[in-house]
Design a protein around this ligand. Structure first.
Ligand code: ADP
Ligand code: MG
Length: 281
């Protein structure tokens, strides 16, 4: 148990995000290694603080092998710190930078674990809203887990439309750009948004680059929104298997009402049929 922040010795920086810095830290008494995410409120904006509190509340609630574990939360006037399990191999983004592309076998294992994580979260009524390579972390065993609940929320009752437009634009589903399409029972569209993002990630892993716009194209905001909402043809990598293509198409179905559900996708041959191979090389 980590009783106090002073029990933790900073060793190095693991990553920066929009909201803060993540350090590799050592627990002085036990020598165990953790990741410490520090969210500072320099300018004391209440929205930043509210978001951090929300992230802390979600982290305290979740307990799953598919979600990065949080061991302690330290809350002060200037910052909130989360002591999390250290994911030794960094993020899927790091892995993609290193290997350029992954094999279908490896991607299938990644997809399966993310789906299991999303299934758990959705049962807890939590939408992640920011599924992307830098928020999927990998440990020494090669297990992928979902991290970063910075823009997530617990879905209760009606939507609060003001904060629905959060997360990273490139991985957002078409309906998130169009308030007229929001709705459905129990915010079903919000859950379907996480499935879309997974589809983008899966396709990116095989193509080796962000898949919805051409390699040479400038990824400005307008081009992105256009590709996401109106792009007609999905460019599948040559030599990709029929299972892969079908899986990605079910995730990247533009109309969220027709998109694959988590349960359907967990039964999809792309993830269910194969022996799971976890070897990032
Ligand atoms: P942000 O909300 O700022 O995006 P994240 O929680 O996504 O913060 O963390 C930013 C980066 O820090 C990640 O992309 C990853 O590279 C690294 N990181 C975060 N948590 C861990 C962890 N538990 N173990 C190892 N690296 C981590
Ligand atoms: Mg992040």
């Amino acid at each position: 148990v980590i009783n106090d922040l002073s029990d933790l010795q900073k060793l190095s920086v693991l990553g920066h995000g929009n909201s803060g810095t993540v350090y590799k830290v050592r627990h002085r008494r036990t020598s165990s290694i953790f990741a410490l995410k520090v969210l500072r409120f320099d300018h004391n904006t209440t929205t930043v603080r509210q978001q951090a509190v929300r992230e802390a509340e979600i982290l305290k609630r979740v307990d799953s092998p598919y979600i990065v574990r949080c061991h302690a939360v330290f809350d002060s006037d200037d910052d909130i710190c989360f002591a999390m399990e250290h994911m030794e191999r960094g993020s899927l983004q790091d892995v993609l930078l290193l290997h350029k592309v992954l094999s279908e076998e490896v991607i299938s294992g990644v997809a399966r674990r993310v789906l299991q994580g999303l299934q758990y979260l959705h049962r807890m009524k939590i939408v992640h809203r920011d599924i992307k390579p830098s928020n999927l972390l990998i440990n020494a065993k090669g297990h992928v887990k979902i991290a970063d609940f910075g823009v997530s929320r617990v879905v209760v009752g009606k939507h609060d439309s003001c904060d629905r437009f959060m997360g990273t634009c490139a991985y957002m589903s078409p309906e998130r750009f169009d308030p007229e399409k929001w709705g459905g029972d129990h915010n079903a569209d919000e859950f379907a948004g996480d499935v879309w993002s997974l589809g983008v990630v899966v396709l990116e892993c095989l193509k080796g680059h962000y898949p919805l716009i051409g390699v040479g194209e400038k990824p400005d905001w307008a081009a992105l929104v256009c590709a996401i909402c109106f792009g007609e043809k999905l460019e599948m990598p040559e030599n990709s298997s029929p299972e892969f293509r079908s899986f990605v198409r079910r995730c990247l179905e533009k109309d969220w009402r027709n998109r694959g559900t988590i349960n359907e996708l967990l039964d999809h041959p792309f993830v269910s049929r194969r022996e799971i191979l976890i070897d990032f090389g």
